[in-house]
Design a protein around this ligand. Structure first.
Ligand SMILES: [Zn+2]
Length: 376
């Protein structure tokens, strides 16, 4: 068992990479998908069920946890791992993204952001220093630098000014993080869709020096084509020997495209959130379990899937429990969706390791093009 945080790149296939992140809390196989445990729970899942889907790491939200139950309380309860009964690695975001999206409820200065809680209206202040302090109280293994995310569309001048503020905050995050062996601090590249600004941001971050680097400011409604446009060059601006994290992505085809372009880590609420709204993801695309076509269908969601939902329950049952608003509906679909996402990541890792990523990606798209199985 290591006492340090480290990343080993094992294989590349084109721009795609497979590797392993070692942490004192265990290994993270990359490319990795991180389920989102916003409020110290991946909704509708026991932590051991999340682990059973194959997740090596999950994500917690600083903004939500600092407001409720409070970072000091989590620390008194032994830290976030003990509190939520998850002993594998945890990454926490900086709180910046959520605070910035509270448009009318926040005030931004060089020092940081003052905002009102969506829970009880109380006033709070987040800055590089307070975000580092909160993430340390939570005890997360991978800490994210505090940054600003400009709302798009924005002018080049606005994106540049925002990026430069984020780079000053990146230095303050690095200084405030200090020396915490076994814990990692990731910097976040900004710069919108402008290559020169992305390059300036990458240079500023690598000058400061981080344990990993995120490509920020994407997956905010710019569309897949614009996102892939940035990912065609942005990962290549970052150090080869550090993990690269694309925040808030995504749909299965976003994930595949990002991995092809050199991304090592991703997170998204999509598999768990869509599980609670009757949406399932399979190798053949999206399935809407609400649809009446499923009500007499004895077949599983996906007959090739080994998750408890697909091995134990019919589409007819899943349709029924969704319509009846039974809790097991969200539980089964979330489990299936997280299992599918982890199977996809395992397939990508294996394809990169064996030098056949192109064939894997072609198969992925061909299967989706077929659409869901025909109704009975
Ligand atoms: Zn399944």
């Amino acid at each position: 068992m290591t006492t340090r945080f480290s990343f080993s790149l094992t294989t590349t296939d084109g721009a795609a990479r497979s590797g392993v992140i070692d942490t004192p809390r265990g290994q993270i196989r990359t490319p990795a998908f991180m389920p989102v445990g916003t409020a110290a729970t991946v909704k509708a899942m026991l932590p051991e069920s999340v682990a059973a889907t194959g997740a090596d790491i999950l994500l917690g939200n600083t903004y939500h946890l600092m407001l409720r139950p409070g970072a000091e309380r989590v620390a008194r309860m032994g830290g976030l791992h003990r509190f939520m009964n998850w002993d594998r690695p945890i990454l926490t975001d900086s709180g910046g993204f959520q605070v910035m999206s509270l448009a009318g409820l926040r005030k931004l200065t060089e020092a940081g952001v003052t905002f009102s809680s969506h829970v009880d209206g109380s006033k709070h202040f987040l800055s590089p220093e307070t975000s580092m302090q909160i993430q340390a109280l939570l005890g997360s293994d991978i800490v994210m630098a505090f940054d600003e995310c400009p709302a798009l569309p924005a002018t080049d001048e606005a994106v540049a000014a925002s990026m430069r503020l984020s780079m000053r905050w990146a230095q303050r995050s690095r200084d405030a993080f200090g020396d915490r062996p076994g814990h990692a601090l990731f910097g976040i590249m900004q710069g919108g869709v402008t290559p020169e600004l992305r390059a300036e941001s990458a240079e500023a971050l690598t000058g400061i020096g981080f344990d990993g680097y995120a490509v920020g400011g994407l997956a905010v409604g710019e569309g897949q084509e614009a996102m892939f446009g940035v990912l065609d060059y942005a990962p290549g601006l970052l150090p080869v020997d550090k993990p690269r994290y694309l925040m808030g992505v995504g749909k299965p085809d976003d994930i595949v495209g990002a991995v092809q372009r050199g991304i090592d880590m991703m997170d998204c609420v999509l598999p768990s959130r869509s599980g609670r709204t009757g949406q399932a993801w399979t190798p053949r695309g999206q399935v809407n379990i609400k649809n009446a076509r499923h009500q007499d269908d004895p077949r599983p969601l996906d007959d090739s899937c080994t998750c408890p939902c697909c091995t134990g329950y019919s589409r007819a049952y899943l349709h029924h429990v969704f319509r009846a608003k039974e809790m097991i509906s969200g539980m089964l679909l979330t489990w299936h969706n997280l299992h599918y996402y982890q199977q996809l990541m395992a397939g990508l890792r294996d394809a990169i390791a064996t030098g056949r990523l192109d064939a894997f990606v072609a198969g992925f798209h061909a299967q989706r093009a077929q659409g869901d199985i025909d109704p009975l």
